[in-house]
Design a protein around this ligand. Structure first.
Ligand code: WTA
Length: 629
């Protein structure tokens, strides 16, 4: 594919404010990367040493392709790393969690309060018969009890499988069945835009024909006694009555599973990605500390949900292991008005903010008058994850939210990788549209289908060439599917994304390789064309797909959401078509442009191009359980 896949790469470079480097934990990126290359195992051992181990490991890495084991023989507990060590080290009264709900509701937890709450709930789980290795499904709103439940599972060695509470009963059922969950933890309701979502009744539907489920724990949001509908249900508070709030952390083998998480699935069936204790903890802690430069006094806000890997690594395990204060909120970005997020940054003095391109593009469409109303000067680092951050969105984010000074960390990674893999480390020049470079600890490259390196500016497949501690260990009950990741190209991990590198080694992600469009033998990544469209002043968001074309094999079809103040017209169609032609070339010119009010997205905000494609072709879209309403 390399021969005919040139990408235009003339990004404006942003030079970061040098003051950012002064106290950064990573220091000079190139030096850190060289240090890693000279002794990869030594590098990771040093990072692992920063955590509390109950028993040290004997071997850092055991790489038996395609299976890796890390910190073999070591014993660790994640909840002890996120709680006990802070409580013991004089930080017990420091804020761990600030929760903000709708209608002005707020709650806070110090590290000590969280520690006690976790131990109490861990004991309640034990009382229900939960044992090390049992799978527990969490289907919960974004409230502190969600974090408590995760850490309680980790404390006693139960394997959590979190299902985002926006999924319907069928998707939940499939995940409960696949994981053979023994317990489901839920709440009476979730709250979204002033409306109640009856989570418990969704669970009741989902557990039908799920023989593994023994109990459903129901949290009452208002802490009033729960009316139990069946023998299976128990009250979150009632089961904690009379239990001790002392619960020593279970000694977990480094390679014992910590959680299963089903991928969001833009292109196919969800897979149960399995992560283990030791390696995952090291990856989440390392990237928080050295990539986000997170310190104890940071107030970190990641707008994801614990139902996604981003929430696992960067709401819970990473930030709490560092000892930072974490803001969590059940709010929606534009309810009651589009100023809500910015008001929270001002109110709580958020220093590190981490969100997704879909949110950034939504705010761009609404206009900067909203963020401009608030004082965002507490922010020091702003991040993005989930989809390519197109240059227009980068520019807006940097200027309006980062006030031309906060580094933008466009982090590329996956559920499967567990941690950040590619980004622009602090201090390095930022190139809009490029995620950046492999972080120290990661060896990434862009290659053709045979695994040969492709020259700069030519597109290819993104691969990771060396194992890393927080890599997934298997796909639950489907080792064969796991191995597919590693045997597509030589012996490397094929991530399933298309990418291109420039002369400086910066990597631009062009979209999923399943979404690739081949026009007259030329490969086009969806992100490239979408980015060109979004660069036009009238366009807020765009999605493109390939449609059959007699002459060219495939042609580009575009779906476009306009910015406020623009109306669909034939003139605009011609203008956008011409604009793409001028930006990328005639090959990428859309053969059709359709104006939309909404694009089909996963509940984590990724555009589901295969749904657009199926609709266009009049065929069955396949599994759409991950599609947002
Ligand atoms: C995409 C989310 C471009 C990519 C942590 C990847 C990105 C998939 C970026 C994983 C980024 C994520 N730039 N594309 N910064 N971050 N992606 O498993 O296609 O929900 O393979 O993990 O999202 O999505 P997942």
């Amino acid at each position: 594919m390399a021969e005919n896949f040139d990408v235009k790469l003339d990004a404006k470079t942003y030079i970061p404010d040098p003051s950012y480097l002064k106290n950064s934990a990573l220091g000079d990126y190139k030096k850190a990367y060289e240090k890693f290359l000279s002794d990869p195992e030594g590098f990771w051992a040093e990072k692992a040493q920063e955590l509390d181990w109950m028993k040290p490991w004997d071997t850092v890495r055991d790489w038996n392709w395609p299976n890796a084991r890390w910190f073999c023989g070591g014993k660790i507990n994640l909840s002890a790393n996120c709680l006990d060590r802070h409580v013991k080290n004089g930080r017990r009264n420091k804020l761990a969690i600030i929760w903000k709900g709708e209608r002005g509701k707020e709650e806070i937890y110090t590290y000590r309060q969280l520690y006690r709450a976790v131990m109490r709930f861990a004991n309640a789980l034990k009382k229900l018969g939960v044992q090390k290795g049992d799978r527990i499904c969490l289907y919960m709103p974004l409230v502190p009890e969600h974090v408590i439940a995760m850490l309680a599972c980790a404390r006693i060695g139960a394997v959590h499988s979190i299902v985002y509470a926006g999924f319907g009963a069928e998707a939940l059922h499939a995940r409960i069945r696949d994981a053979e969950a023994k317990i489901v933890i839920t709440a009476d309701v979730g709250v979204r835009r002033g409306k109640f979502i009856p989570l418990r009744s969704i669970v009741d539907d989902a557990v039908k024909n799920s023989p593994s489920v023994e109990k459903i724990i129901v949290l009452s949001r208002e802490r009033c006694p729960v009316e139990l509908y069946s023998e299976m249900e128990v009250d979150y508070y009632a089961i904690q009555e009379g239990v001790s709030d002392e619960c020593p952390p279970e000694e977990m083998d480094s390679e014992d599973p910590l959680f299963i998480l089903y991928t969001s699935g833009t292109t196919g069936q969800p897979k149960g990605i399995v992560h283990t204790n030791g390696g995952y903890m090291v990856g989440a802690h390392y990237t928080c500390k050295y990539i986000f430069d997170m310190k104890e006094n940071d107030v970190h806000w990641c707008t994801a949900d614990p139902g996604w890997i981003t929430g696992h690594s960067y709401i819970v395990y990473g930030p709490l292991s560092v000892g930072a204060t974490v803001l969590i909120t059940e709010t929606t970005p534009d309810y009651p008005d589009p100023g809500i997020w910015w008001s929270l940054i001002e109110e709580f003095g958020v220093t590190i903010f981490y969100t997704a391109p879909t949110a950034i593009r939504m705010f761009m469409r609404i206009g900067e008058q909203w963020p401009d109303k608030y004082n965002l000067s507490s922010l020091r680092i702003i991040g993005s994850v989930g989809e390519p951050l197109n240059p227009e969105a980068f520019e807006w984010y940097y200027r309006v939210i980062g006030r031309n000074k906060c580094p933008v960390l466009d982090t590329w990674w996956q559920t499967e990788t567990g941690m950040h893999m590619i980004t622009t480390p602090l201090g390095e020049p930022m190139k809009p549209g490029f995620a950046g470079v492999p972080i120290p600890g990661v060896v990434a490259d862009v290659v053709d289908k045979q695994g040969n390196p492709v020259p700069p500016r030519q597109g290819g497949l993104l691969v990771i060439k060396e194992p890393w501690p927080s890599m997934m260990r298997t796909v639950y009950k489907n080792e064969e599917r796991y191995q597919q990741y590693w045997n597509q190209i030589k012996n490397w991990y094929t991530v399933g994304d298309l990418a291109v590198k420039d002369e400086d080694g910066y990597i631009m992600v062009l979209g999923r390789s399943d979404d690739i469009i081949i026009v007259s033998g030329h490969n086009l990544g969806t992100a490239e064309v979408e980015s060109a469209l979004v660069a036009h002043e009238a366009v807020a968001e765009a999605a493109v797909i390939g449609v059959p074309d007699d002459l060219k094999g495939q042609a580009v079809k575009a779906f476009v959401i306009l910015r406020q103040g623009y109306e669909p017209s034939q003139k605009l169609v011609s203008e956008l078509t011409y604009h793409v032609r001028m930006t990328i070339g005639p090959i990428a010119m859309p053969s059709g442009i359709e104006f939309m009010d909404k694009l089909p997205k996963t509940r984590s905000g990724k555009i589901m191009r295969r749904v657009l494609k199926a609709k266009e072709m009049g065929v069955d879209p396949g599994d759409i359980s991950t599609l947002e309403e």
